[in-house]
Ligand binder design. Structure first.
Ligand SMILES: [Zn+2]
Length: 398
């Protein structure tokens, strides 16, 4: 069971053997549900009595539940276990450059309820709106919500809970975690959006991603973010500032300015905004900034419109240049591309991989480039994962 093995580094930080065993049992249920106590015992070599004690504890905490009987392998039919599906336990808040999404999910990460509103660049106003929305959800689900995860399109220090710098809104050193926690009484975790989505891929992605020890997540949106997983953990660097590859220089005179103001950053060539600018240029459209969004551009490309396809392919070409640099530098097993652009995978895949394939002629190992399976709003899944991964990962209070 590679998946559980991956969490060794986290498991090692736990206090007791009992906590480690608990984590192993919970993750077996998560990965292999429905599964019986006997099967867990066979595969983990943990004693039946140990497993029964742990299962009873996990049941009484509402993390797992029994779901009828399985096939008999000789004796009594075994009772099968699975994650407890019922009820929302997490609130995710995805602050994005244009719109903020707030949603609840169950333990398995399935979204139950969500609302969306325009992101207010004014920090006080934005936080007031978010707090009001979190309170609506937590009051509607009295007692079942355990914590809130918040993703931010900028630099975050998860240790202090501050957003250090959010270029879209010019927020600096904003104590987002404290403000939301104080107003709602709920524990709050905040992180950068790409880091959170990488965490979501690690826990809820496709098997080839969740099984990889090292992978890189590229989050394409209004900007381009990267989340780096090394040895099954998010690599953060000093004050959480690692992974700002959106600002690596890949050319000159990009179609749009980067969020940092420069015209030579990867983001300025490869973001949704860059693709939209190319499309408008190809169509010789006079500025119509608000009538066309990236989702519509993808729809047009998938419907065969030549200019839309060309704009996407050219954007993917630049995306591929940056990815090939990351592959050369990190040698990850997999690179995952997330965001709406993954919907157009059939159109962009060859443009994405051509640069990467060329750079591998030097004999360096290559990486598989795959689209994210987290859907069209990966930041929201990332925000929910900040809460859920804690439940499956390290944070077990004994
Ligand atoms: Zn930049």
């Amino acid at each position: 069971m590679r998946r559980i093995d991956l969490k060794k580094a986290q498991a090692a930080r736990l206090n007791t053997i009992r906590d480690i065993n608990r984590q192993i049992v919970l993750n077996y249920v998560r990965d292999r549900e429905p599964i019986s106590r006997a099967e867990i015992s066979r595969e983990t070599a943990l004693q039946r009595s140990t497993i029964s004690t742990i299962v009873d504890a996990l049941k009484s905490e509402g993390l797992i539940e029994e779901v009828g009987e399985g096939e008999s392998t000789g004796g009594r039919r075994p009772t099968m276990l699975r994650l407890r599906m019922a009820g929302p336990i997490a609130i995710g808040v995805a602050i994005r450059p244009t719109r903020t999404v707030v949603a609840t999910s169950n333990l398995a990460g399935r979204v139950i309820d969500q609302e969306e509103f325009p992101s207010d660049p004014d920090a006080d106003q934005a936080l007031r709106q978010i707090v009001a929305s979190v309170l609506r959800f937590s009051e509607r689900n009295k007692a079942s919500i355990e914590a809130v995860g918040v993703t931010i399109p900028g630099l975050v220090d998860p240790a202090t809970g501050h957003a250090i710098y959010v270029p879209y809104f010019k927020w600096r050193d904003l104590p987002i975690e404290q403000v939301i926690a104080a107003a709602t009484g709920l524990p709050v975790t905040i992180d950068n959006d790409a880091n959170s989505v990488a965490l979501a891929e690690l826990w809820f992605g496709r098997p080839e991603v969740t099984d990889a020890r090292d992978f890189i997540l590229i989050l394409v949106g209004a900007g381009v973010g990267t989340g780096i997983i090394i040895d099954g953990q998010v690599y953060r660097g000093e004050r959480g500032a690692a992974g700002e590859f959106g600002h690596m220089i890949v050319g000159a005179e990009a179609p749009v300015a980067c969020s940092c103001g420069n015209y030579d950053c990867w983001e300025a060539f490869s973001s949704e905004r860059a693709a939209l600018a190319r499309y408008r240029r190809l169509r010789a459209e006079v500025a119509q900034p608000d009538t066309l969004n990236f989702s519509m551009l993808i729809d047009r490309a998938l419907n065969g419109e030549a200019a839309a396809k060309k704009a996407l392919v050219e954007t993917a070409h630049y995306l591929g240049i940056g990815i090939s640099n990351l592959v050369v530098g990190f040698s990850p097993e997999v690179v995952v591309v997330g965001g709406e652009i993954s919907r157009a995978w059939s159109l962009i895949e060859s443009a994405l991989t051509e640069t990467i394939d060329r750079s591998v002629r030097r004999g360096l190992p290559t990486a598989r480039i795959v689209p994210s399976t987290l859907g069209s709003n990966p930041s929201l899944v990332g925000a929910l994962s900040l809460v859920l991964a804690n439940k499956f990962g390290a944070a077990f209070a004994a």
